[in-house]
Write a new protein. Structure first.
Lengths: 323, 552
């Protein structure tokens, strides 16, 4: 299978193979649930799959061809048989699901498949998810549902039970780096930090201050955290706290992995070997610092006040560093 | 278009419903005897057969040529009901029609006689989603509907159905299916479809389905599409992203040996295969549960989903239950981070490392002030105030002079390599790791708790004692002169046995208890040391100096 633009789908061999085989063998299920992190190609595959169902190419292996009228319409986003719904203000609501039910009530155009792509199944409200159940279990003829989700645990079990779950994995670093290469200065580092998500890698490289400056800031913060005069240094970074905390998380993790991992390849900041060697914080201190940093990042993600989060975390880091 | 297995093989007769004998037999007999209630509430988890049973009931009641209460599935009524276009059997999706207007609409139509069938059957699925007003509007009709009307309400969340509604219905509970029942059914389906599958593959699907037949059939569908010829366990693992048993056993070995490098590598390998960190954590948690069963309740080994070979391997790993409990706690805790962090794998790694290299964090009931002081590892130069006979953890298992200050590095030295202990083939609870004073002190609160459960009075005696020394199989307890009475009572054979029994339960080792008198002032000093460290900590936090300390 190819993307609609005709390029290859990278790094998701198992997932793509599964879908191709189901198409070839005529065992195509009426509901799929694509699970995986952001930015690894779930939606790309969902769109390609939806287009492939109606592609006019003769050879099934070449669908979607990206050239036939059906594929062209799908590419332009105005194929009548392909419907995408996305969360409205952070959640997928009941009225959106009802609208889909309403549309599916009518028979499809002759000989065409209909595909409903539900953009974030983990953002379905309780009411919307329940309203989806009946139609997801027994949809009208020639209708396929493709649900996309990041966290399987947030999708109601009743929905999961009606779908075939397809796992999408984080992309290998080389793949991310390869995709970034033309646009970015140091694609390898961005790839290592991205956790296997192209989208995340892109947004990392677009950060205002640049990757390396923020990293330097975070590492310096930690290295100087030994003195309590530094306890409030973090508050100065409140503006870009999320990024600093991300880097701090990775750095602390690397320190631990460096010490206990024995395999240097697991370290993200592999270019800073000497600094990794220098750190003498106790293991308990590192564990504590990492946990507190992750907790702070969580609070920040939950809309806590950045200044306060920094104010709370700073002294804790000082304490951990001395530990 | 292809029809999914779970739709294709929906049960159409009472006998075909898997694993719900209590429900199907009762309903079947009710139909036979003509003792039909006017309202049923079918409750149970997803994929256990609620909607299917409702349809079978509708067919059994309306079939033109029913054979002993079983629908024929041939007559026009049966066929229409199966296809869902019968005029008289109405399947209503309460989740999308949940308002009071939808119920009023229903009431409006209830009064008309059925067009072709004997009974008008309303199947209200996902009934828990009706609004409060809608439920209340339904009450009167539900209690006394016209003679030709039968309501069948189906829900996965019966607790959300108001009591006033539930009390008007006959309630039937559907239970989650056992893995064996699912397995059996999968074998039948495979035979009907004309495919081939290895028993291990089906067993893996059956256990992964968590009691839901629909989940199992969805997975089977997916796996059959993927597998080349015969369906093997590897295909299932690839499609479902299951952790293989080899991987889990490898991780178990690495955890037991506290080989952090290996643990990190294995986690990396699992993530590279495309599992999310939360999935890996879930797999490991499920496995820890099995491991704990095998370790603590070998008689119930059948409850653990581990192969015979895996069981033998696990049994040969001497692991302290505490390590497993700690892992469970830490992984559960990591679960909280999976949603908020951008690096879920770090949360997973943190949980594992914390268990292996971090200080154990038991529920500390501070019997002596010492455990509390222990946890402040950054206490500088406090050694002088420590009373002799109460060595810091770093001092190891012997009673030594406490001159070695506890340093941060000390904790690292403790990082044990492979601590495998031979000997003492106690079947019930095989010997744990080497147990030193620090280790026992860590578990002391649990020993006390266990003693309390066995015999309250012994607990009262034991709390006065101080853990002084552990050497080999002997535990020495110290009592101050004021507690002479306690010591004597504890020395009585029957009371000593209670303590020894508790020690055996907590540590998994046979130990004997010895008591001795210790000078009064030693005990007093310990308390002072505990308080001193508070002052010192304050001084440390504020980077101050202690000029005078005024405490009595």
């Amino acid at each position: 299978m190819h993307t609609l633009e005709g390029s290859e789908i990278l790094g998701q061999e198992t997932a793509v193979r599964q879908l191709e085989l189901a198409l070839e063998k005529g065992r195509f299920h009426h509901a799929y649930l694509f699970v995986g992190p952001e930015g690894v190609g779930r939606r790309t595959v969902a769109r390609a799959l939806a287009a492939a169902l109606n592609c006019q190419e003769v050879n099934p292996g070449d669908r979607p061809c990206g050239r036939c009228s059906s594929c062209l319409r799908a590419r332009a986003g105005n194929h009548p048989g392909i419907r995408e719904i996305e969360p409205e203000k952070d959640s997928l609501r009941l009225h959106q699901v009802r609208q889909v039910q309403e549309e599916l009530r009518f028979a499809p155009l002759a000989g065409e498949y209909r595909a409903v792509i539900i953009g974030a199944a983990d953002k379905l409200t309780l009411e919307a998810a329940n309203a989806l159940l009946k139609i997801l279990e027994e949809p009208p003829a020639a209708t396929v549902f493709i649900l996309v989700a990041t966290d399987l645990a947030l999708v109601p079990a009743t929905v999961v039970s009606r779908c075939c779950t397809v796992n999408f994995r984080p992309l290998p670093e080389q793949v991310v780096a390869g995709l970034l290469a033309p646009e970015v200065e140091n694609p390898l580092l961005a790839a290592a930090l991205s956790g296997g998500s192209v989208r995340r890698a892109r947004s990392l490289t677009q950060e205002a201050e640049g990757l390396l400056t923020t990293r330097e800031k975070a590492i310096n913060l930690w290295e100087q955290a030994g003195s309590s005069r530094q306890a409030h240094a973090l508050e100065g970074e409140a503006g870009s706290l999320a990024q600093v905390l991300d880097w701090l998380t990775l750095w602390l993790r690397d320190l631990l992995v460096w010490r206990y991992g024995e395999a240097a390849k697991l370290v993200v900041n592999s270019d800073l070997e000497s600094r990794l060697n220098q750190d003498t914080t106790s293991p308990d201190g590192l564990l504590m610092a990492l946990e507190e940093t992750m907790r702070a990042a969580g609070a920040l993600a939950d809309n806590a006040n950045a200044q306060l989060v920094a104010g709370v975390l700073g002294p804790k880091l000082v304490r951990a560093r001395r530990n | 278009m292809y029809t999914a297995l779970y739709r294709e093989y929906r049960p159409q007769r009472w006998q075909e419903v898997v694993g719900q004998k209590a429900v199907t037999v009762t309903l079947h007999h009710a139909v036979l005897a003509g003792k039909i209630s006017h309202a049923y509430l079918l409750a149970g988890p997803r994929g256990t057969g609620k909607t299917s049973t409702a349809k079978i009931l509708a067919k059994a009641l309306n079939c033109e040529q029913a054979d002993a209460g079983e629908p024929c599935n041939q007559c026009s009524n049966c066929r229409e009901i199966t296809a869902g276009n019968s005029l008289d059997v109405l399947e209503m999706d309460a989740a999308s029609h949940r308002g009071i207007d939808d119920i009023r609409d229903l009431q409006e139509r209830v009064k008309y006689a059925p067009a072709r069938c004997r009974y008008k059957v309303y199947i209200i699925d996902e009934v828990h989603m009706l609004t409060a007003e809608a439920f209340n509007a339904l009450l009167k009709t539900l209690e006394e509907p016209p003679a030709h009307v039968i309501f069948v309400l189906a829900t996965t969340e019966p607790q959300k159905v108001p009591a006033t509604v539930a009390s008007r219905c006959q309630r039937f509970n559907f239970r989650p299916l056992t893995a064996a029942e699912i397995h059996e059914h999968l074998v039948r389906v495979i035979a009907t479809v004309g495919a081939a599958a290895s028993p291990e593959a089906l067993a893996a699907i059956a256990s992964f389905a968590q009691g839901s037949l629909r989940d199992a059939l969805s997975m089977l569908d997916q796996c059959l599409a993927y597998a080349g010829g015969r369906l093997e366990r590897e295909d299932v693992a690839a499609v479902l992203g299951l952790a293989t048993e080899e991987w889990l056993l490898g991780l178990a070995l690495a955890l037991q040996q506290r080989d952090t490098g290996k643990v990190l590598e294995m986690v990396d390998a699992a993530l590279a295969e495309g599992k999310s960190a939360s999935q890996v954590a879930g797999d490991v948690l499920a496995f820890l549960r099995d491991w704990l069963i095998l370790r603590l309740c070998p008689d119930q080994a059948s409850l653990a989903a581990v192969s015979q070979a895996g069981r033998v391997k696990l049994k040969s790993l001497p692991v302290a239950p505490d390590l497993l409990f700690q892992l469970v706690t830490n992984l559960e805790e990591a679960g909280g981070y999976f949603r908020s962090t951008r690096y879920p794998r770090v949360a997973l790694e943190l949980a594992l490392l914390k268990t292996l290299v971090g200080k154990p964090q038991g529920q500390q009931v501070p019997v002596t002030p010492e455990p509390a002081a222990e946890s402040r590892s950054y206490r500088p130069g406090a050694a002088g105030e420590r009373r002799s006979g109460e060595p810091g953890r770093a001092a190891g298992s012997r009673v030594t002079s406490p001159s070695s200050p506890r340093t941060a590095i000390g904790a690292e030295e403790e990082k044990p390599g492979a601590r495998v202990q031979g000997g003492a083939g106690d079947e019930v609870s095989p010997p744990a790791e080497d147990l030193d004073l620090a280790g026992l002190r860590q578990r002391w609160p649990r020993v006390l708790e266990t003693v309390r459960k066995i015999k309250m009075t012994v607990h009262a005696l034991l709390v006065e004692g101080k853990l002084l020394e552990v050497s080999g199989q002997e535990v020495t307890l110290g009592f101050s002169p004021g507690c002479q009475f306690h010591r004597e009572r504890l020395d009585m054979a029957e009371n000593r046995r209670v303590v020894e029994e508790a020690l055996r339960r907590v540590t998994g080792r046979e130990m004997t208890v010895r008591t001795m008198l210790v000078p009064e002032e030693a005990a007093g000093e310990t308390a002072a040391a505990g308080e001193m460290s508070l002052v010192e900590e304050a001084a440390r936090i504020f980077e101050g100096k202690i000029i005078a300390s005024n405490q009595t």
